[in-house]
Design a protein around this ligand. Sequence first.
Ligand SMILES: [Zn+2]
Length: 54
Amino acid sequence: MAERFKEADERIFKDVYICRKCNARNKVHDPEDAKCRKCGYDGLRPKNKEFASE
Ligand SMILES: [Zn+2]
């Protein structure tokens, strides 16, 4: 039952980054040029570390 949602979650979280300052969730397509939509801070970390390619 939950299997189908797992794939959807991975797709969603891939573009989601968390602000290191205020912890707001930001959906970004270009992490290199991303800023927090709430506070404007540019220090974002991937929501799901498994998708980080560093
Ligand atoms: Zn922020």
